[in-house]
Ligand binder design. Sequence first.
Ligand SMILES: *[C@@H]1O[C@H](CO)[C@@H](O)[C@H](O)[C@H]1NC(C)=O
Ligand SMILES: *[C@@H]1O[C@H](CO)[C@@H](O)[C@H](O)[C@H]1NC(C)=O
Ligand SMILES: *[C@@H]1O[C@H](CO)[C@@H](O)[C@H](O)[C@H]1NC(C)=O
Ligand SMILES: *[C@@H]1O[C@H](CO)[C@@H](O)[C@H](O)[C@H]1NC(C)=O
Ligand SMILES: *[C@@H]1O[C@H](CO)[C@@H](O)[C@H](O)[C@H]1NC(C)=O
Ligand SMILES: *[C@@H]1O[C@H](CO)[C@@H](O)[C@H](O)[C@H]1NC(C)=O
Ligand SMILES: *[C@@H]1O[C@H](CO)[C@@H](O)[C@H](O)[C@H]1NC(C)=O
Ligand SMILES: *[C@@H]1O[C@H](CO)[C@@H](O)[C@H](O)[C@H]1NC(C)=O
Ligand SMILES: *[C@@H]1O[C@H](CO)[C@@H](O)[C@H](O)[C@H]1NC(C)=O
Length: 744
Amino acid sequence: MQVLLQLGLSLVLLAPQYTTTAAAPSSQCQRQCGNVDIPYPFGIGVNCSLSKRFTINCTVQDGIHKPFRGDFEVLDISLTHATIRMLNYILGFCYNTSTRSMESVGRYGRRIQIRSGPSSPLRLSDARNKFTVIGCNALAFISDNDTGYQGLGVATCRDPLELVDGSCSGMGCSQTTIPNKIYNYEVGFSTFANTSRIWRFNRCSYAVLMEAAEFKFDVSYINTTKFNDTNAGRAPVVYDWAIRDVVRCDVARRNKTGTYACLSSNSKCVDSTNDQGYMCNCTHGYEGNPYLQDGCTDVNECNYNPCPSDGFCHNIIEEHWCSCRVGKRYVKQSNTCNPDTGFIIGVTMGLFGLMVFIVITIFWGQLIIQKRKLNKVKQEYFRQHGGLLLFDRMKSDKGLAFTVYSLAELIHATDNFDNSRILGKGGHGTVYKGIIKNMPIAVKRCALVDDRQKKEFGQEMLILSQINHKNIVKLLGCCLEVEVPILVYEFVPHGTLFELIHGKNHALQISFNTLLRIAHEAAEGLCFLHSYASPPIIHGDVKTSNILLDDNYMAKVSDFGASILAPSDKEQFVTMVQGTCGYLDPEYMQTCQLTEKSDVYSFGVILLEILTGQLPLKLKGSETQRSLSSIFLSAMKENNLDAVLVSHVKGEESMELLRGLADLAKKCLDMCGDNRPFMKEVADELNRLRKLSMHPWVRIDLEMDAESLLGGESTSGYEIELNGYPMGESENQPINPRSSYYAR
Ligand SMILES: *[C@@H]1O[C@H](CO)[C@@H](O)[C@H](O)[C@H]1NC(C)=O
Ligand SMILES: *[C@@H]1O[C@H](CO)[C@@H](O)[C@H](O)[C@H]1NC(C)=O
Ligand SMILES: *[C@@H]1O[C@H](CO)[C@@H](O)[C@H](O)[C@H]1NC(C)=O
Ligand SMILES: *[C@@H]1O[C@H](CO)[C@@H](O)[C@H](O)[C@H]1NC(C)=O
Ligand SMILES: *[C@@H]1O[C@H](CO)[C@@H](O)[C@H](O)[C@H]1NC(C)=O
Ligand SMILES: *[C@@H]1O[C@H](CO)[C@@H](O)[C@H](O)[C@H]1NC(C)=O
Ligand SMILES: *[C@@H]1O[C@H](CO)[C@@H](O)[C@H](O)[C@H]1NC(C)=O
Ligand SMILES: *[C@@H]1O[C@H](CO)[C@@H](O)[C@H](O)[C@H]1NC(C)=O
Ligand SMILES: *[C@@H]1O[C@H](CO)[C@@H](O)[C@H](O)[C@H]1NC(C)=O
């Protein structure tokens, strides 16, 4: 049979139900009571706490402010641990020698009953509290009527002398753990175990639920009435608090009607481990109050001196890092600053790297500046040579078969003007073979160095490019980015008329009629040049080495384009004699004026070369014997043509043909230009003379030519796949690179 003392007072800690409010607490709220901080969600007064359940009373006791929840004095409130510590009342049970009965001692008499309710934020901390009983014949109970929990604390002793300070394991003292989720409980003593027999050395027994860490058994507790009859004293007890109106964090986050309490950024929600509900916490690296807007602030880890004393601490968001003085290195494992052996090497390498960097930067900078300069120069030349004008024309005339090449393109096409690519070299400059888009081309790089500006160059190139005749080498384009423009021609593969006449092997193999045909074709080409534009385009450097031969040994007059590079003003004329020795119009020597008749004179010399097989100028001969034309003219005068004719021609060709040719040549070589025939007349005469030839194979040759002449001067329907170049070389070195220009 068990008899419990039924008397006692009920304590109602918290009663009414409130919903959480979203409103942030006013900054006016009192956050301290006495020495105790009252952080939100707790607060002094309703409007300063999360809800009424979190309110604290700050009352004055003995002249000092003390925080209270109900009858229980609050010691401290922790946000990080979500605990609140309060002073609990110790229950005493003593033998009164005068009344000879057992009496309960303490504020609440024989039995302490604490009732809150499941809606209370507080739960007894099962981890930190223990039900502690002291006595030599004590039996105390703790029970929770709501959950049916019942616990007992028993302390006995035979001889008080056996007791040891600090030891609480049943001898004079016992500690019992409690389960979690406890909010109501009551404590009382069993009347069976009374101290009526042992009151001489142990008059009182004590029982209290208290913070285990705060208790240390002292033997004197047994034989002293520690307190008087109305007050057995108080001991701290720990409660876990949480927001209990929702079950867990996820529910709280989803609950639209409720208010989620974790307001601060960098805060997180933590499920309560002691019954339902949740708490808030600042995330790692932050500290402060997660229940307030922006309550969590970065932890300044440096305040805790985490770095070595001779190092430096640097606080950053969520973390910190340590550094050391120059020459020392921070070692994380030992948290010390050690001498840095790599430092010297590092510094050296760093300086070296910096130097390399600077050198490279300067190098590249120079390169870029030079490249910019070069581009500027290129653009300037392009502009000077009338490139812009040319571009305008090319834009408006889409069908124009003329290309403005970039210097880079030509460098690529000719292997950077490699010597192995040279086709010919002369006073005019050098001609290279190039390949562009699998098409062979002849690239003429003029040697002329002349600082004059030729504004019309582009325009003139355009006119020349439009000349489309089967007996004239086609000008494909030019490059204006250089000081002296580079000309690009079609490539003509089979050498020059010069080589045909004066070459070692050719003279015998090539028939006189073929030479005649070639001469006729060349005359047609020159005739076309003269008649193409007004004023006429004058070749200016007609000679056998400028008559190229294509696959079918058809004549192609070349090098007319270079004439454009010739000087145009009077002063320059004085020093720049035009043409090639031996071909030079004597009249031009006096007037310095090139005319179409100058070309006719030069062509007369070509006819002489064909007739005589001799070079136009013999450097070895005596003064009168040097010039082929003077030799020829004197022979004609003496009526001794045979003396100059090439030997294999004499017997084979009709005398009428040879005499006709000689007469034509003589007319062409007239000292007075006006007396010379026009190129048209020369061409017609050659055509007539060719028909005099009586050899059957010559006739075939003739028919072939007649056919090809059908397309003659038309500018369409005639296409050549292989292309040629406009310059030959010979023993007759040109005096200067000039060939012709428009007549003025
Ligand atoms: C609390 O706030 C409400 C409205 O926000 C107000 O009506 C009430 O008077 C306040 N109570 C106290 C004690 O300040
Ligand atoms: C605060 O004191 C008042 C008046 O004494 C009382 O009604 C209320 O319950 C107390 N509240 C708390 C939390 O102790
Ligand atoms: C809050 O975080 C701190 C540090 O991470 C931790 O020690 C503490 O237990 C946490 N509190 C809660 C209620 O989870
Ligand atoms: C014993 O009881 C009497 C009568 O109630 C009281 O006056 C006295 O103070 C008590 N003695 C002790 C030591 O409690
Ligand atoms: C103490 O307990 C005994 C039985 O164990 C009982 O007989 C006695 O009356 C009790 N004394 C008091 C004062 O309650
Ligand atoms: C404990 O609970 C039982 C039954 O639920 C009830 O009879 C008894 O009165 C309760 N005791 C207290 C002190 O409330
Ligand atoms: C209580 O007991 C201790 C040791 O047994 C003794 O030293 C002390 O004097 C006693 N005190 C009283 C008041 O009896
Ligand atoms: C009992 O002790 C308390 C403090 O421990 C004291 O305030 C009170 O006056 C004492 N009462 C008596 C009757 O001695
Ligand atoms: C949502 O919150 C309100 C107010 O805090 C509470 O009454 C309700 O039970 C909550 N709902 C859920 C599903 O937890």
